[in-house]
Design a protein around this ligand. Structure first.
Ligand code: FAD
Ligand code: SIN
Length: 557
């Protein structure tokens, strides 16, 4: 089912990526579920995921090894209980995906036929990615996200209990129970019809944020336009804590080409032997880490940043031309095709690459069931801070997290379902918005924001850069508040409003961390503190849902 939102739903899921669709399919067994997506359903990071899903399937591998690799990359900030939860349940998630029909790559065609198609975990091909001590990445060639997304979307379309809604942007949560002493509850969501620009409200017994990350805060990113941190901003405005927002992951190898927008070259290519080289052909990664090209992403991205700045070059090069051309074409068909369109034959030519913002490790604080600080409000996927990734995410653990926590959240909602009535009516969306907007000003603010974050809150930070960013963001926040008061809202304006809030949370968290750890590197504090502490921000102004005032925050770390 697709189309106009019903006014009432048992469960309203905001986001149609891996996390949202998985939860929808699990919850539709006992509830009427709506899945909301701004733009089209595929416009999330999931569709673009390349490398794969980390899970222990090989006899020579072990859960303990996957747990240890995750914890090491996480730089002391992973929450062991959450790591164990996700790692222990990842293989079950892959089995479920196979049952849904995801066409994962098999070890050999023969293995697939022996098992009657890829329905058996033992027939799956396992790839290698950085900082994993075993081959444990399940994939569908180099377009894993597309295969997963298309399969789950198809299953959701077929399900009579799932209502899919495209072109609707969630604006804010309807928060109930503001009276002193009562715990806040979520009663639904205000949504914008992107086409008519009218605001509606949808009441729901449970609301789930599955809105993805916030990498669009940066000028250069591997992410699609949807990654504007909407879930983090909505949760914050409604009164949820957010954690570890300073840990923004930069993927080392985004294609550097004037006609390629945000195109990733998967880490799995380095797993198949591709190496990084400088313009003169010198390999350099072993000067930075004994693991070379398969060091963790923070190390590789910083090394590239260092070398390009040292040499005054725009990019470095990824080279897989030494591998047999047939293997390269079969293993990376989409990257091969896309690069060929741009005049680069990866079986012969080197690929120009640069680091780009890729993943938001922090987000809305949740427990292992996906529960947030607000009753009946859940969060799953990249929008969350679950404790899995710590100070740096190891490759391909993100999709595993989306599935595993979506499973747990569906189970948790099922347990509460019978005892959770429909909410009483909430407040109405504040009226009195202007009739039109100055779209040029909005787009200028977008550009300024993303440039500011790239220049001052990027791979290498310093106290003065962070102070500079804070001053620029304060001005932008003020201007965007004015737009928001005066103009009729649009999706662009809503995203900008969310992004400037999330950018401020990133800067505050980065400024609070007076050390370097994992993805956060500050020139003025290059050492790592002996004690590893999360950065937790607490909203102090719960009264504002419209975003008319900037919420206050304090760091508890
Ligand atoms: P998304 O897939 O980003 O979906 C978010 C959804 O929320 C979208 O449908 C969006 O439209 C919707 N939405 C957002 N805001 C609103 C709003 N206000 N109202 C309505 N709808 C809204 N991870 C891995 O583990 N392995 C990989 O191989 C891998 N490769 C990657 C490659 C690329 C190029 C990128 C960008 C990321 C990759 N990642 C990978 C990371 C991983 O893909 C993401 O972390 C994961 O897919 C996030 O899933 P999600 O369901 O949380 O969010
Ligand atoms: C990639 O394919 O390199 C991305 C994997 C990830 O982000 O986990």
């Amino acid at each position: 089912m697709t189309g106009f939102p019903p006014p009432k739903l048992d469960i309203l899921i905001i986001g149609s990526g891996a996390a949202g669709l998985t939860l929808a399919l699990r919850a539709a067994r006992f509830a009427r579920v709506g899945v909301l997506s701004k733009a089209s359903l595929e416009q999330g990071a999931t569709f673009y995921a390349q490398g794969g899903i980390a899970a222990v399937l090989d006899k020579g591998d072990s859960l303990e090894s996957h747990i240890e690799d995750t914890m090491i990359v996480g730089g002391g900030l992973c929450h062991r209980e959450m790591v164990e939860h996700v790692v222990n349940h990842s293989a079950a998630a892959v089995r479920w995906l196979l049952e849904q029909g995801v066409p994962f790559s098999t070890r050999t065609e023969a293995a697939a036929q022996e098992t009657g198609g890829a329905t058996d975990l033992s027939s799956l091909h396992l790839a290698q990615e950085g900082a994993h001590s075993h081959r444990r990445i399940i994939h569908a060639t180099d377009a894993t996200g597309k295969a997963v997304f298309e399969t789950l979307r198809q299953r959701a379309r077929e399900h009579p209990g799932i209502h899919l809604m495209e072109g609707w942007t969630a604006i804010d949560l309807i928060a109930l129970g503001r009276k002193a002493g009562s715990r806040r509850r979520c009663g639904g969501v205000y949504v914008l019809d992107d086409a008519s620009r009218e605001v509606h409200s949808i009441a729901a017994r449970f609301v789930v944020l599955a809105t993805g990350g916030a990498s669009k805060a940066y000028l250069y990113t591997t992410n699609p336009d949807s990654a504007s941190g909407d879930g983090i901003a909505m949760a914050w405005r409604a009164g949820c804590r957010v954690g570890n927002m300073e840990f923004n992951q930069f993927h080392p190898t985004c294609l550097f080409h004037p006609h390629a927008r945000s195109f990733l070259i998967t880490e799995a290519m380095r797993g198949e032997g591709a190496w990084l080289e400088l313009p003169d052909g010198e390999r350099f990664m072993h000067r930075f880490d004994s693991r070379g090209e398969l060091a963790s992403r923070d190390v590789v991205a910083r090394a590239i940043d260092h070398e390009t700045k040292r040499l005054g070059e725009d990019c470095v090069y990824l080279n897989i031309s030494h591998q047999p051309a047939e293997l390269v074409r079969e293993r990376f068909p989409n990257i091969h095709r896309r690069c060929l369109e741009l005049g680069i034959d990866i079986t012969r030519d080197r690929i120009p690459v640069v680091p780009a913002a890729h993943y938001t490790c922090g987000g809305v604080m949740i427990n292992r069931h996906g529960e947030t600080d607000i009753e009946n409000l859940y969060a799953v996927g990249e929008t969350t801070f679950s404790g899995l990734h710590g100070a740096n995410r190891i490759a391909s653990n993100s999709l595993s997290e989306c599935f595993v926590i979506a499973f747990s959240a569906a189970d948790s909602i099922a347990e509460k379902f019978a005892d959770t009535p429909f909410p009483e009516a909430g407040e109405t969306w504040p009226a009195g918005r202007g009739e039109s907007g100055d779209d040029v000003l909005v787009s200028h603010n977008w550009d300024e924001l993303r440039r500011c974050m790239w220049d001052y809150v990027g791979i290498v930070r310093s106290d003065s850069r962070l102070r500079r960013a804070e001053r620029r963001l304060e001005l932008l926040r003020e201007e965007i508040r004015d737009h928001f008061r005066s103009y009729r809202i649009s999706r662009d304006l809503l995203e900008l409003r969310n992004l400037v809030l999330v950018a401020s949370l990133i800067v505050r968290s980065a400024a609070a961390r007076r050390e370097s750890r994992g993805l956060h590197f500050n020139l003025d504090h290059p050492q790592t503190a002996s004690e590893a502490v999360d950065t937790v921000l607490v909203p102090t102004d719960h009264a504002d849902l419209s975003g008319a005032h900037a919420p206050g925050a304090q760091s508890l770390s």
